[in-house]
Design a binder for this molecule. Structure first.
Ligand code: ASP
Length: 439
């Protein structure tokens, strides 16, 4: 008999809730240091183990994906649609953010006292982000293209920050594999097919620890939150960002999925929710990537050829949540400084926030660094970053959830358009099936 098991998303939610409660209790009873010493490391171990398999997973699944395509025309068709959909969803997100922030005008609701306190408290933190952004600005316009091609494959694969370089090399390698005689390609392909199965099994194993990992992450987060009174001052701003992000996750993406693929609302959320919860808990699309890939392939029915191509690229360049946040934040800061943005200014935000979100790394806090570039483009003082620092960690969690959901949505649409959206095929030993508990 199969023992009923709690679905993965409930297990993770339970872990998150327990973490938040623990964090509040720890803060109340003075156990902050205990939490930092004895709980926090387990959160770090969990994130590290996810990151650990991100590069190997991209390498093996993309090689498998490209070589399974058997047809270069299909690859370019898929590539074109992916890029187009990523751009469209990002522009929709930025526009939605602009609409909300211009209607609500949160920057005019913040009082002088809170504003000065925020500027003073977070001056140093903001300065650090501005410095990082300044280094990025110094590069020429074609530098991103140059950066795409690594000069050394092994050193590119040695850092998760070089995800795009790794993807470039692997697609290149996959093309080579497609172009040689099938009998010569076979042993190489078989090797990577087997390796792919091993890595997917590692994802399953790591996911068994997810409820404990998110417990540690959220307990630490609650304990480390500073100045809760300043958080209140930013309520209107935070509400605008969260409202926009919620519309994307709860309305825009599911509408696309239902309309273009015919799958239901609940099917979509049941499949993707564990990845969304992990994105929320880790604030990192890159760390969530292994789980996103597994859920999309096994629970949403996207074939490996599509998922392994669309998702790693999406994790690095498609950040709808980040771009929406950047639009709201830029206008909010302008409003708080009493500046009026004309239509030209607003259009500049659409352009720069789209580009800035593409350039943001898939790690916690990256969206804020790139926000400096958006601020610079519309002539808003960069020091204004200090105004939004207090709530950035929390908003980062929400925007990362949107980033991951956007990638999953596009992968379903691309798969449908090339006839590669099948039925879910949950592998054994996954959350829904455990051999040891079955007859
Ligand atoms: N943390 C986000 C991500 O990993 C990026 C950001 O800071 O907006 O997707």
């Amino acid at each position: 008999m199969k023992r009923p098991r709690i679905a993965m998303h409930w297990q993770i939610l339970f872990g998150m809730l327990a973490g938040v409660i623990f964090g509040f209790l720890a803060a109340k009873f003075g156990a902050q240091q205990f939490t930092v010493n004895w709980i926090k490391p387990f959160g770090a171990i969990f994130i590290n183990s996810l990151k650990l398999i991100a590069v190997p997973l991209i390498v093996v699944s993309l090689i498998k994906g490209v070589s399974d395509l058997k047809d270069i025309a299909k690859l370019s068709r898929m590539g074109l649609r992916t890029v187009l959909l990523y751009l469209i969803t990002t522009v929709v997100a930025v526009s939605l953010g602009l609409l909300i922030v211009n209607v609500v005008r949160p920057g005019e609701k913040i009082n002088q006292d809170t504003r000065d306190k925020l500027l003073e408290s977070y001056e140093g933190d903001a300065g650090q982000k501005i410095e990082v952004a300044a280094n990025q600005k110094e590069k020429g316009p074609l530098q991103p293209l140059v950066d795409l091609v690594p000069e050394n494959a092994v050193s590119a694969a040695s850092s998760n920050r070089n995800m795009l370089q790794v993807i470039f090399f692997v697609i290149f390698f996959g093309l080579g594999l497609l172009l040689i005689a099938p009998e010569q390609a076979k042993p190489v392909k078989d090797f990577f097919d087997g390796l792919n199965e091993v890595i997917l099994k590692l994802v399953d194993l790591i996911m068994l620890t997810a409820p404990y990992g998110v417990f540690a992450l959220l307990a630490t987060l609650v304990v480390e939150i500073q100045s809760p009174d300043l958080l209140l001052g930013l309520l209107w701003y935070s509400a605008c960002v969260v409202f926009g992000l919620a519309l994307m996750v709860l309305a825009f993406y599911p509408a696309l999925v239902v309309f273009f693929t015919g799958k239901s609302y609940s099917f979509f959320f049941k499949g993707i929710s564990p990845a969304q919860l992990l994105a929320f808990s880790t604030s990192s699309s890159a760390a969530t990537l292994p789980v996103t890939m597994e859920r999309v392939e096994e629970h949403l029915g996207v074939e490996t050829e599509v998922a392994s191509f669309v998702l790693p690229i999406g994790a690095t360049v498609n950040m709808d949540g980040t771009s929406l946040y950047q639009a709201v934040a830029a206008v909010f800061i302008a409003q708080a400084y009493g500046m009026q943005l004309d239509l030209y200014g607003q259009l500049t935000i659409v352009l720069t926030a789209t580009l800035a979100s593409i350039g943001s790394a898939a790690v916690p806090g990256a969206g804020m660094v790139m926000l400096v570039i958006v601020l610079g483009a519309i002539g808003v003082p960069e020091e204004g970053l200090a105004l939004i620092f207090a709530v950035d960690r929390l908003l980062d969690m929400c925007r990362t959830t949107v980033n991951v959901t956007g990638d999953a949505t596009v992968s379903m649409l691309v798969a449908k358009s090339v006839g590669m959206l099948g039925e879910p095929h949950v592998k054994e030993w996954d959350d829904e099936y455990h051999p040891e508990t079955a007859d």
